[in-house]
Structure formats: C-alpha cells, structure tokens
Design a protein around this ligand. Sequence first.
Ligand code: KE4
Length: 432
Amino acid sequence: MKQAPVSDALFQRAQNSIPGGVNSPVRAFRSVGGHPRFMVSAKGPFLYDEDGNQYLDLINSWGPMILGHAAEVVNEAVQKAIPNSLSFGAPTRKEVEMAELIVHMVPSIEKVRMVNSGTEATMSAIRVARGYTGRDKIIKFEGCYHGHGDSFLIAAGSGAITLGVPDSPGVTKGTANDTLTAPYNNLEAVKTLAEANKGQVAAIILEPVAGNMGLVIPQPGFLQGLRDLCDKEGIVLIFDEVMTGFRLAPGGAQELYGVTPDMCTLGKIIGGGMPVGAYGGKRELMDYVSPAGPVYQAGTLSGNPIAMSAGMAMLNFLNEHPETYDKLENTSASMVAGMQRNMQQLGLAYTINRVGSMFSIFFTPEPVTDFDSAKTSDTALFGRYFNGMLDRGIYLAPSQYEALFVSTAVTDQLVEKYVQANLEALQEAHQA
Ligand code: KE4
C-alpha cells in the first residue's frame, strides 16, 4: 500500500476551507474510497505526489495532457508569453491565429468564440441554438455530461452520477422542463421526443463518443441518424467534443466518424492544460453571437494571451504531426489487448470499450452501449481495483463512470508495467 500521510493531512486541512476539500468533486475519491493524492509535479507520463510517490498518469488532467506532462513545445510557448503581461482584456493577434487554426482543423467550425471552460462552451452553444431557432427545449442523452450548466444537470454523467446526483438540487423546474433526455444510441427514442415536441426543440447535444458514463461508442448509424433528424426538423445538432476534440483525430470525432454537426464545443486539449473552452459552428449560427448578433455571451479572460500561447502550441503540434494519432492508437490498443489477455488468464469477462486513446473497463459482463448498461457495473469491485492500481503506481480516473486518456509519453515498457499491474490488481480485487 503506497502510504500518503502528507496528502492525507492536506486533505484533512483542505476540508476546512474548500467544499469537500477539492475544487472539482470527482477528484475527492468519494466513490472509490481512500483519500486523494495531492500532486506537486508531473513530467511526461508521470505524476509525483506530496509523499514522493510516482504514478503513471492515465487521467492526464482529464484529457488535456495528450503529449504528456510539461511538454516542451507547450512550456516554451508559455514561458515566452509570460513577460508580456498575463492578460490585456483587449483583442490580440494570437486570438485571430488561434481561431483560424481551429477553423482549419475542425470540419464543422466556420467561426469560433473562445471561452474559459467546457461548461461555458456548452452553455453558450445552447443559448445560440435557442436564440437562432426561437425554440426553448434541448435534447441530451442519459449519462452524457456537458459541464455543470443548469440545463445539463439532468441525467448527467461524470461526477454527477459518480456522486449520485445526476439531477442536481438547485436546478429550477422550469429549466429542467426544457431539457428532454433519451438513452444514448437510441435513435427511435430521439425521434419520438422530437415528434412529441415538434417545433419546440432548439438543439440536440451529445458527446459523439461518450466519455462521462465510462467510454460508450456510438453505434453504426446513430450519429448520421441524428444528423438526418436535425436536418428534417430544423434542430441544431451540437457535438460536445470537449473530451474528443483534437484527441480522436485532429478534427475530433466528427472527422473520425464523418458526421458534421451544426455547432461543436471544445475544451481540455485546446488549452494545452490552461483554462480554455470554445464553441463554434456554421457562420449563420455564430453570427448570432454578440456583438455580431443578439445572443449575448462574454468573458473577462476569454482568449487570454497565455492560454492562447499554450493552446496554439498544442494544436499546431497536433496539426503538424498527424502520426501522433497512430502512436496513441497503437499504445492504447496494446494496453487493452494486455487487459483482455489478463482477463482470459483469470477467467474474467468484463467489458472494455475503446476508441483511439480513450478507453474504460466496466466491471460487468454486459455490453455497455448506454447509461443503463453502464450502471450494471459493480462499482464496489471497481473501487477495489482502482486502489489496487493506485498502490502499484497507476493513476486511473477515480470513478467507474469516467474514461481513461492515454498520452504519447507512454512507452512500450510502461505498457508492460500497466498490464502487469492490471493483472495483479484484478486478482487482488477478486480476493477481497
Ligand atoms: P469543464 O467545464 O470541466 O472544462 O468541461 C465540462 C465538460 C463538458 N463536456 C464534456 C464532454 C466533458 O467531459 C466536460 C468535463 N469533463 C470532466 C471529466 N469527466 C472534467 C473533470 C471534472 O469535472 O473535474
């Protein structure tokens, strides 16, 4: 058992001044037991905590650190920008260059607005859809998480389901009434909702590959079916690519699956580790955004020069090195193949879903294609497995309902270390 007395003491102390001792709920380890490790540094594939423990990182800041931690190309860009002041609150050349780069990389984006988080991006995108269509309702999918905006905390995934509050208190009935939900991968259910609310649905928003109920893959025809339905009904199709953007391909899941939404939201990798979100889409939609149009949205630190420097360094690298995605595919496929071999050896048959460098193991033998099937997982067993991996220096997402994110810093040797730890942690978790 890796001891972490300094982290434990810090966690105790943190509870006096921060709700739950953390600045984002899923970090608190509530669903897996034990106490969170307080990190002091990270480099490449490794995290280092306050007690000097080293961990192979498979969260990578929940996605952003696709090149591993403290990537030279990003750090150099930030160090170069810092002496010129951290913020102006005025337009800069970098924002124009960043917007042009995103337009170049992301198929659906003709114009883009920078914000400071994925939550801001999704909140703003549905406001534009509502302003443009004059309609009030949105359709989201059970288990998808689009940040903590009121409209989305209905059947929400990620930390909301991890902590048992998929429908958060504090969200008004009026707001909740305008959010309709359907099971992921169930096109008929969406068509029924759209028919029953004809002319009232402004947008359908989804994670084109879901990462917030664990990893759930869109079934053949699902994304295209939503595209066709939106075309038919005049509904704005929004892909929330905060997780998948720049991760599954330079142009995200919309490039990988060849389905182009009307708008898309971005975050995580786009900032290279700095707080950045963005929403963009067709010119006719984005020209509704203030000050070009009537839909108001603003932000003091939007397009911040330091964040733009980090984000542009990251996106330029990914744009100029498409071979990065082949490397991530090979590494991730090797990790999952090793896990499959381990389960065969142990006579276990749990479900593993993977797309590119995102994957999840579900402690259920059922195929996992939506929220209900994800919830057949044994979360207590997941908790034991998680802690077994942590003890072996492997840092996983502390929830059954999250995806893992592989970075280019994971070497073949580290794949072997991961696979060996997986074997031992699976064995140990089943002995308890
Ligand atoms: P942020 O507001 O946390 O930057 O982004 C919200 C968001 C929006 N859309 C998708 C698809 C997302 O995955 C997220 C945030 N992801 C979670 C991880 N499941 C962030 C981790 C956390 O909440 O601490």
